[in-house]
Ligand binder design. Structure first.
Ligand code: SF4
Length: 442
């Protein structure tokens, strides 16, 4: 056995939140490996338990602190265990995270994450507590760690932070103002991934459409450059803000052969009054026109969205407007959330006056409505042949493969596990609201 290996501290990383958080966790895991740590698949034998948590919704925070509280016994048994908190919640709580849970040893904001190997080593050695949140709003150094969770799909962050200040959103306060990575660094990262056999990249940012590199490149130019990279077969991006989405973007989606025909365009509400209170800077009419333009330019493309139910003062009539636009647009799927006030945001100054049971019942209505629309949208694909990137094997049946279409719809079909990581043509035989089922034809 390699003696040195046994001295490498083991880290278990647990992530709560969106794909940005997942990418941050993966990035930090890579940096830790490059600095002599090992990853652990379980908390039980880890020297360090690292939580990366989103603060966008209260629910995620509650789950985080609930999970930390469950470690009381483990920490008692192994007092040397280091518990670290990174991400938006670390930035939001700063030192107060340690007041909320005395089990936490390190609080590390998103801007300080590349310092984590040093911070953890300090705590392991000196048994101290560290709060590192001072690099808020700063550009992170470009480190390019090799570690990736998946073998052929990769998350690639292109920008961080946000200037939009939607009234309910805490992101600009925790991630800072929008900073775009240099196009040169993004291209270097994607070329490196292609060289290692990665097929799909998901370009990530709080608002990818407003990407602006120091060299002046905008998002469309970036898409064009990534589209030229040999080996990459699919390019996805997320998230787009309606105020920055336009015909040129849709044309690029149509014309660039590797860019997937899937647009995630958060609507949030169908009521103009609520959209104004949310500071979204578009009306339902403008959104509808945009959606129609997208469908005209990218026929067959899919459109997905986010909706918040129960924003302060939302009436039944406001809510009905959301349902109407959902039907009019015909989203392929939607992520729906109950509003919860976040400290420091403008909306938190408004009375959270929609009762919880009303929020819950609106959420249920949205989900039922979406279910019907999704099924109807998927049914249109029956008997059609779609290209699917095979992502894995079903946990229930080893002969069934799972994958996604370019439009980001999950698909299941029989096939050999040797196809994982490859693209196949699948003829769709039946559908549900959530998935397509078919057979490989090529
Ligand atoms: S666009 Fe709005 S909702 Fe999205 S991250 Fe920025 S402030 Fe938050």
């Amino acid at each position: 056995m390699n003696k040195e290996k046994t001295c490498q501290p083991k880290v278990f990383v647990k992530t709560f939140g969106c794909q940005m958080n997942m990418r941050d966790s993966e990035h930090v895991a890579g940096i830790l490996i490059d600095n002599g740590f090992r990853l652990s698949g379980t908390m039980d034998d880890a020297d360090v338990i690292l939580f990366n948590s989103c603060s966008v919704r209260k629910h995620a925070e509650e789950r985080l602190f609930g999970n930390i509280a469950c470690l009381k016994g483990l920490k008692k048994k192994r007092p040397g265990l280091v518990i670290a908190l990174m991400g938006c919640t670390a930035q939001a709580y700063e030192g107060k995270a340690m007041d909320r849970s005395s089990l936490i040893d390190i609080v590390c904001g998103p801007g300080n994450e590349t310092d984590l190997p040093r911070l953890i080593k300090d705590v392991l050695k000196k048994r101290c507590h560290i709060i590192a949140v001072d690099k808020f709003n700063k550009k992170r150094p470009e480190l390019f760690p090799k570690y990736r969770e998946h073998k052929f799909k990769a998350l690639v962050s292109i920008s961080e932070g946000c200037d939009n200040f939607c009234s309910y959103c805490i992101v600009p306060y925790l991630r800072g103002r929008e900073r775009s990575r240099h196009a040169r660094d993004i291209i270097r990262e994607v070329k490196g991934l292609a060289g290692r056999g990665f097929k799909e990249v998901l370009l990530l940012g709080q608002n990818v459409n407003s990407y602006k590199a120091e060299c002046g490149k905008d998002f469309i130019k970036l898409l064009e450059d990534v589209n030229k990279i040999k080996g990459i077969e699919r390019i996805r991006f997320m998230t787009s803000h309606p105020k920055d989405a336009h015909k040129e973007l849709f044309r690029a989606m149509r014309d660039l052969d590797k860019v997937c025909e899937h647009l995630h365009l958060p609507l949030q509400s169908g009521s103009d009054r609520i959209l104004k209170l949310m500071n979204r800077r578009y009306t339902s009419g403008k959104y509808l026109n945009l959606a129609e333009e997208y469908k005209r330019i990218v026929p067959g493309g899919s459109l997905t969205t986010d909706i918040i139910a129960g924003f302060p003062s939302e009436t039944d009539s406001d809510f009905k407007k959301t349902c109407v636009i959902m039907k009019d647009v015909g989203f392929d799927s939607s992520y729906t959330f109950k509003y919860s006030p976040r400290e420091r945001t403008k909306a938190s100054e408004l009375a959270d006056d929609v009762p919880d049971d009303v929020k819950a019942s609106r959420l249920k209505s949205l989900s039922e409505l979406q279910c019907g629309i999704s099924e109807e949208r998927n049914r249109r694909l029956t008997d059609k042949v779609v290209e699917v990137l095979v992502e894995g094997v079903s946990k229930k049946d080893g002969e069934i493969l799972t994958g996604r279409t370019g439009t980001n719809k999950p698909a299941v079909f029989k096939g050999s596990r040797s196809l994982v990581g490859r693209s196949v043509d699948v003829e769709i035989e039946s559908v549900t609201a959530y998935a397509l089922r078919g057979r490989i034809v090529r």
